[in-house]
Design a protein around this ligand. Structure first.
Ligand code: WT7
Length: 641
């Protein structure tokens, strides 16, 4: 069998699960033995969830790129590591073999070294979905630099905040990115983000769109030139190689920014060994990956899903990862199905929001495509509703493909609760059972653990798993208060959850002030801060409401003063402001101007009421007697959209 730790039966799942919980050290040591280590560990696991301090494989040394690339070269160096499908279907596909990936990653490592990047330095990567993005990520890992990928949809201001927080000294970007019919001027956004920045030494620019860009002497360099130079330096007898830096197991691998219920996005830090083992183990087991299969994860590498299931999971397994540059609906709503047909995709991993949106275009786009290569389907990012689940199963899977509903988070590094495709039972709209190593508990508001089945509460995790967040960059206390302080000795997910009569978990959504819009995580406080930046805004309150396609939409209540525009234009100005401060993904779907917000006598906004109104409720909004001015509620209901 290709992967000795791939679970093949339900019975085996139960055995492995039991072992993993009763004796995690023995369990994970056996799995970790399948990887390449420069030095083995002294201790598999030691942790406490109070500080928190979590160490996996302490004392070990390794380089993740040896596990993702070098170890596959002898057996399948000429097999595709990455199949790249361009935005424009007329453009040629690129196939990157493991040999080629090795060469390119070594070149990046040499290039970064030439430019003065050192182990531990933070390198910000702001690129479109091109293979060079994967080379950049892995090139950083090869020399021990910490990568921080920023999604191409974030604004200059957001990037500036992240650069500052991470104290990043290098940037890798593109002139522009192609997404559907749009051309996003990435380098120009970076130029704006760098105004006033004193830390960034070099910006490396890969040419993708041939968009004219400003190139600043002494700071900005072309990727192509630097890569060519690096290649000549390290080529010997036709072979290009660069030694993989020995890294400690707990050295940070990357920082990824994500939204919370308060303040600016925080930099979630994952460390090398634990994350590697977790991404690999979950990939192989959840998707039941077999060598040679084509795995298509439709996420962007700017999110954790792309990190774990486009790059690190599939490559550590020696698999073939399909990377798609564009969007699901361009040139038309059949693009995903066309890609599946063209590249004989076996595993398709996507988001409910994409499924719902494509459903809306009807079956004409599906009909003429050959989807018979598909074996397994996956869903991630938000709860999948039953209608979307059945459509996906019936029309894409043709009733033959198991669907894995994978619950996890940026902070968990990899999939936590999910059925294993075709091995453990699936249940529509349920993530079902925890993976080995994951011990979920449900707690009530007072932190009491709810025993037995048929209960619902806040979802926590009781035991350390290899992929757990280690810290929030530069602010460990924030990590503690956010995840480990709500309930003693538990990691708190922020999600509400139900455990049904059979013990299956069903995630019901966030219980904090975090929204999930099209699978993108956005903090209400962040959006409010952005809206409040508009010169005429006095105060605002943002809540989520159910949205047919996006899962959740953003509803903003705004107190506005002194405008010289008409209302409609002012609303657009507010949207523009949010785009500038955060990015277009955070733009409210609805804005309602109000004269006041429902506040308690102590000045707290009662979001419960605003959520009800945003949901369309007009009469049943609950107790408003504790409000300072209950009359506001009537006014807001009258003006609701
Ligand atoms: C939040 C994490 C996991 C990678 C993509 C999102 C929600 C995620 C599911 C699912 C129901 C889900 C949760 C979670 N979520 N997967 N299968 N069913 N909800 O990562 O941006 O860190 O967001 O997404 O609310 O807390 P993220």
């Amino acid at each position: 069998m290709p992967y000795p730790y791939q679970i093949k039966t339900l019975e085996q799942y139960h055995e492995e699960y039991k072992k993993s919980i009763e004796n995690p050290e023995a369990f994970w040591a056996e799995i970790a033995n399948q990887f390449v280590w420069q030095k083995k560990w002294d201790k598999v696991l030691s942790y406490n969830f109070t500080e928190p301090k979590i160490e996996w494989f302490a004392g070990a040394q390794l380089n993740i790129t040896e596990n993702c690339i070098d170890r596959h070269l002898a057996t399948h160096g000429e097999e595709p590591a990455i199949i790249w499908e361009p935005n424009n279907p007329e453009e040629r596909t690129r196939i990157i073999t493991y040999n080629r990936l090795h060469k390119r990653v070594c070149q990046v490592a040499q290039m970064l070294t030439n430019l003065g990047v050192k182990k531990g330095d933070r390198v910000c990567i702001y690129m479109g979905m091109v293979p060079e993005l994967a080379y950049a990520v892995l090139g950083c890992a090869r020399i021990g630099a910490i990568h921080s990928v920023i999604f191409g949809g974030f604004s200059a201001q957001s990037i500036a905040d992240r650069l500052e927080d991470a104290q990043a000294t290098f940037i890798i970007t593109c002139d522009g990115a192609e997404r559907g019919s749009k051309n996003i001027p990435l380098k120009s956004v970076i130029d704006d983000a760098l105004i006033g920045n004193k830390l960034v030494k070099k910006v490396i620019v890969y040419t993708r769109t041939r968009t004219p860009v400003a190139m600043l002497k002494g700071r900005d360099l072309w990727w192509e030139d630097e890569m060519d130079y690096a290649e000549h330096q390290i080529e010997k007898n036709g072979v290009v190689s660069f030694p993989a830096e020995p890294m400690n197991a707990e050295d940070p691998l990357f920082i990824l920014y994500t939204s919370g219920s308060t303040g600016k996005p925080k930099g979630v830090v994952h460390s090398i060994a634990g994350y590697m083992v977790w991404a690999n183990y979950t990939f192989i087991n959840v998707f039941q990956y077999q060598p040679g299969q084509v795995h298509f994860c439709t996420a962007d590498i700017g999110w954790i899903t792309g990190h774990s299931y486009i790059i690190y999971g599939p490559l550590s397994a020696g698999g073939t990862s399909l990377m798609y540059e564009g969007i699901p609906t361009w040139p038309d709503a059949g693009r995903f199905w066309e890609i599946v047909d063209k590249h004989k995709v076996n595993i398709l991993y996507t988001a409910p929001t994409a499924i719902r949106s494509l459903m809306g275009f009807g079956l004409d786009y599906v009909k003429n495509k050959d989807l018979s290569s598909l074996k397994i389907l996956g869903s991630v990012g938000e709860p999948i509703n039953e209608e979307a689940w059945h459509w996906f199963s019936q029309h894409i899977g043709k009733g033959n493909c198991p669907i894995v509903d994978t619950w996890w988070q940026t902070e968990t590094g990899g999939i936590m609760i999910s059925n294993l495709a075709g091995v453990t039972p699936q249940k529509p709209a349920h993530a079902t059972l925890p993976l080995p190593g994951v011990l979920p508990v449900l707690v009530d508001e007072n932190g009491n653990i709810l025993e037995g089945n048929g209960v619902s509460g806040n979802l926590c995790i009781k035991q350390a798993w290899p992929g757990v967040i280690r810290t929030t960059y530069g602010d460990h206390e924030r990590c503690r208060t956010n995840y480990f302080a709500a309930y003693p000795n538990l990691y708190f997910t922020g999600d509400g959850c139900l455990r049904d009569a059979e013990g299956n978990y069903r995630i019901t959504g966030r219980v904090d002030d975090v929204l999930n819009v099209s699978g993108h995580r956005i903090g209400t406080a962040e959006v409010e801060n952005a809206i409040n930046m508009h010169s005429g805004v006095v105060e605002s309150a943002v809540v989520g409401y159910p949205h047919d396609i996006k899962g959740q939409g953003i509803y903003a209540y705004v107190i506005f003063e002194g405008s010289h525009h008409e209302e409609n234009l002012t609303k657009q100005d507010i949207l523009q402001t949010v785009s500038r401060v955060i990015g277009a993904i955070a733009k409210p779907d609805k804005i309602q101007f109000v004269s006041g917000l429902p506040k308690t006598r102590s000045g707290k906004i009662m979001r419960r009421i605003l959520r009800k109104i945003a949901e369309g409720e007009t009469s049943n909004i609950g107790d408003i007697s504790t409000l300072l001015d209950p009359a506001v509620v009537e006014d807001i209901i009258k003006g609701a959209q």
